[in-house]
Design a protein around this ligand. Structure first.
Ligand SMILES: Cc1cc2nc3c(=O)[nH]c(=O)nc-3n(C[C@H](O)[C@H](O)[C@H](O)COP(=O)(O)OP(=O)(O)OC[C@H]3O[C@@H](n4cnc5c(N)ncnc54)[C@H](O)[C@@H]3O)c2cc1C
Length: 867
């Protein structure tokens, strides 16, 4: 039983919403011994499943998984009748849970919370409802759902229609009988796709108005999967554990098969298996790269379009029903029962609003640009103001009266999707910035409820009364959420995930796409690091450990995990020969880099013998000579060759439009300092002298290099300046070694665990240069004479031991009057920016490098970036 309010109208917690989230939150808060009041606008519990009573409404996550897991007895007592339960059955389930735990007594139904204001003096929230009731609470928890505010139909004349009007999200409890009626359904998202086949069974005429064709696969509903039931029977706790630590909230082995490299038979087999299975996460897991790579995505998309064409007999309708304006999965794919087949019925017609837009709703029906339609009933299946809609629908005001609407005017800002700075003790369940709608929501809901419960318990035990995130932690999380989205195809779609379905809503990727497992880990890490990024206050004082929980780019983190799992020996424990063999073997497995027009190999005569070079010529126009870039590979003066940096050179060439001449140089320990530097200078002289022959524009020459290659590139620049030539238009130094001082902060922060380690740098230096030589400006160019050097672009990566020397070089060059562009590779390691085709988040950095190169050569032709 709930603890009664100690003071009338004053509760420990107010929860808004009595769906899956609110009910479980109430249950947990009671266990903590808090007094709680729950409000819901609905007349009963159920949330989504109370409101969405349209024909065909079902879950699209199998009910074996779309259910609470916190109560093992409940799991035994409730048996679902189907693989995908109907709305009435899910509503019954939620009522059953409510009654089983006696939750109803604390819930006030048919009551809408209209405002919530933080009272600074009392350190409590003042809550107002539409019944003009005011109460106060310490903790304000919005369990208001992601899909609970219907989007109003933005169609002219919507109120003029004289017949019956239905909204799928506000379906009448008595149901609707369309027998013998002329019905219009507007919208073909999930609700439209579920309801259309059933409405067609009754209606005498059904016209479906479609703005965007959506991907849908057959649900193949029926009994629950025997395999899943067996897994659950054998080890229920293990199954639920796997769900909690999975990407989507259902146990599933993510495939590592890439669509772009799989054979045609493997592609077909995997797709057909997913089609036959009829599960959302199955069809999203045909290929590992389908959410990232347009070419892979198109393989799945085209196979679905093929299926649509094979089902729908009218080729015109089939074409209109085949989605082509977004990548598969970037809008929520639907599961259907006979949706496409419905369009073969003689009384069903599809109107493609792209060709024939609605002009207005009339008294009789709908006028499009070409036709007037008469109807008895209109059904709006037009979706929701997703995720943020329900939160900003309440007038929430935090510290200094700042409203949530104002704070989020250009997009939501949260820490972990749970809280937002300036709004103490205000929690959101499945808020923006958490996996929510991209996951099996019951798993995400339980995780949020349990996190909030743990947090309130910890707060009380430590004697704190308020908690709120810091601005730093919040902006770090927002950045991470957007970084995760940026490497996927999602931001390209006009989806409700992007807020694009609501006119005027800021374009912003709302949920967290890094996965339920990664997200849970982040939430757990925040707690284990003493509530990192939260400020807690109480009578005993304030505690705040400020910081950012995830700074690494998500794909860099994935590569790091993969490398760690390979269990490779540290390079600094190997001989130079073994280290070279290991690097060469690793290079075999990576993607080749973009196509360029031509690649030719040649040889330069250097001071100590022949130096092989590889020339990359960009594809396409303009014909004729191009600027030249002499490039030096990385590898600590010990490792690397023309092959090691081949994908990067292709990328630089394709992006910059310049000819790239990658030159190998003598390596240590066979040829120690200053061999590499002297070779680099000789190579620059040679390329300058042979520019025309190589197809370059004489006098338009720059140097570039990564890591130790950056070292020899900039040494060559210094030597060229001192020698009075060749003239160099610029230098690009990617994570360069510019000093031998290993005491900088970035060595302390990043000296271990990010591939290039302090131990490895020491190994490189030991192979390359005697300690006495390490201060020489040809080894440590930061200590050289800097005025008169050409314009410079330096890339400094966050997780690189060399970060701070790169930054120091940039500052020193600037102080010497050199024009410098410092490109911060945010969330990157020493190596990740160069991993072309593997680390997608490196592409913007390489685009910046290419732009810097183009700026060195003002007359160079503009270049299309590689796809
Ligand atoms: C048709 C449909 C099918 C779905 N199928 C699936 C599925 O298969 N799998 C899945 O994971 N997810 C599915 N979802 C998402 C679904 O919303 C969640 O799974 C889950 O039901 C959300 O529960 P909730 O308690 O967080 O929010 P909701 O169920 O949306 O409940 C929120 C409640 O808050 C109330 N409320 C909001 N604002 C206020 C206010 N100011 N004052 C008072 N009350 C307020 C609302 O009335 C509502 O009852 C589906 C959604 C829809 C619309």
């Amino acid at each position: 039983m709930n603890k009664p309010a100690s003071v009338p109208g004053q509760f420990d917690a107010v929860v808004v919403g009595a769906g899956f989230s609110g009910l479980y939150m109430l249950y947990r808060l009671r266990q903590l011994g808090l007094s709680v009041k729950v409000f819901d606008s609905a007349g009963d519990v159920g949330g989504t499943w109370y409101w969405n009573r349209y024909p065909g409404a079902r879950c699209d996550i199998p009910t074996t998984d779309y259910a609470y897991s916190f109560d093992p007895d409940l799991e035994q007592e409730w048996t679902w009748s189907e693989k995908y339960a109907t709305q009435p059955e899910i509503l019954d389930y939620l009522r059953f849970v409510t009654d089983r735990h006696g939750l109803r007594s604390d819930i006030e139904f048919s009551t809408t919370v209209t405002s919530a204001r933080w009272d600074e003096q009392e350190e409590r929230w003042r809550i107002t409802t539409d019944a003009r009731k005011e109460l106060r609470c310490r903790y304000y928890i919005m369990a208001t759902g992601c899909l609970s505010v219907p989007k109003s139909p933005d169609i002219d004349g919507a109120s003029r229609f004289a017949g019956r009007v239905y909204f799928t999200s506000r379906w009448p409890h008595e149901g609707a009988d369309f027998t013998g009626q002329r019905v219009a359904v507007i919208g073909t998202g999930s609700s439209g796709i579920q309801s259309i086949p059933l409405i067609a069974r009754q209606a005498s005429q059904l016209t479906v108005f479609q703005r965007t064709a959506n991907f849908s696969i057959p649900a193949h509903n029926g009994p629950a999967s025997a395999e899943r039931l067996k897994q659950l029977d054998e080890d229920r706790e293990g199954y639920r554990h796997d769900a909690r630590w999975s990407r989507g909230g259902i146990p599933l082995e993510p495939t590592d098969i890439l669509g772009v490299t799989a054979s045609e038979s493997v592609r077909r087999e995997r797709f057909e298996a997913a089609w036959a299975q009829g599960e959302l996460f199955g069809i999203l897991n045909v290929f590992a790269d389908q959410g990232l790579n347009p070419a892979s995505n198109d393989i799945v998309a085209e196979m679905i379009r093929e299926k649509i064409r094979s089902i729908v007999t009218d080729p015109g309708a089939a074409e209109a029903l085949s989605p082509k304006d977004h990548y598969f999965g970037t809008k929520r794919p639907c599961l259907d029962t006979g949706y496409f087949e419905t369009f073969n019925l003689p009384h069903v017609r599809l109107v493609d609003l792209r060709k024939q837009p609605i002009v207005s709703v009339t008294e009789e029906g709908i006028d499009t640009a070409d036709e007037s339609f008469a109807f008895d009933a209109l059904v709006y299946a037009t979706g929701f103001d997703a995720m943020t809609g329900p939160l900003v629908a309440v007038d929430v005001a935090g510290r200094d009266g700042v409203s949530l609407r104002e704070k989020w005017a250009s997009g939501p800002s949260t820490y972990l999707g749970l809280m937002t700075a300036g709004f103490p003790n205000f929690f959101m369940l499945t808020g923006p910035g958490s996996p929510s709608v991209l996951s099996n929501m019951t798993v995400s809901i339980e995780q949020h409820v349990e996190w909030v419960t743990g947090c309130l318990k910890d707060l009380r035990e430590a004697g704190f009364e308020t908690i709120e995130p810091t601005a730093l932690a919040e902006s770090g999380w927002n950045q991470h959420v957007q970084d995760c989205a940026a490497i996927t195809l999602h931001p390209t779609a006009n989806s409700w995930y992007m807020g694009a379905n609501v006119p005027g809503k800021p374009r912003f990727f709302l949920p967290y796409i890094g996965g339920v497992n990664a997200y849970r880990q982040a939430c757990d890490d925040v707690v284990s690091q003493g509530y990192l990024g939260f400020r807690m206050t109480g009578p005993g004082g304030t505690r705040c450990r400020d910081g950012v929980i995830r700074r690494m780019q998500p794909d860099v983190a994935m590569v790091m995990e993969l490398v760690a799992a390979m269990g490779l020996p540290p390079v600094d424990t190997l001989s130079a020969a073994d280290a070279r063999a290991l690097m060469a073997a690793m290079a075999q497995t990576r993607p080749p880099g973009p196509e360029v027009g031509e690649v030719t190999d040649g040889v330069i005569t250097g001071p100590g013998g022949d130096l092989p070079y590889r020339l990359y010529r960009p594809a396409g126009p303009p014909e004729g000579p191009r600027p030249l870039v002499v490039y030096f590979h990385g590898g600590g003066w010990v490792l690397g060759d023309l092959d090691s940096d081949d994908p990067l050179c292709r990328d630089l060439c394709a992006r910059s439009g310049a000819l790239v001449v990658s030159v190998n140089y003598r390596h240590a320990p066979e040829a120690r300092f200053p061999a590499a530097a002297l070779d680099a200078f000789a190579a620059v002289q040679w390329v300058d002298a042979h520019a025309a022959e190589l197809g370059g524009i004489p006098g338009q020459l720059a140097v570039a290099g990564w890591s130790a290659g950056g070292n020899v590139a900039t040494v060559a620049c210094q030597l060229a300046r001192d020698a009075g030539g060749p003239y160099l238009a610029g230098q690009v130094l990617i994570c360069p070694v510019v000093d031998s001082d290993m005491t900088r902060l970035s060595y302390q922060e990043n000296g271990e665990g990010y591939i290039l380690t302090t131990a490895l740098m020491r190994w490189f230096w030991d192979h390359y240069a005697d300690p006495a030589d390490r201060g020489d400006r040809r080894a440590a160019p930061l200590r050289g004479n800097l005025p008169g050097l050409p314009p410079t672009c330096i890339v400094a990566a966050d997780f690189d031991p060399l970060r701070d020397e790169g930054v120091a070089y940039a500052r020193a060059l600037e102080a010497a009057g050199v024009s410098v562009r410092l490109a911060r590779a945010r969330g990157h390691t020493h190596t990740s920016v160069t991993m072309v085709g593997v680390v997608i988040s490196g592409a913007p950095v390489r685009a910046e490098i290419a732009e810097a190169l183009r700026n060195f050569f003002p007359n160079a032709a503009p270049q299309e970036p590689p796809s």
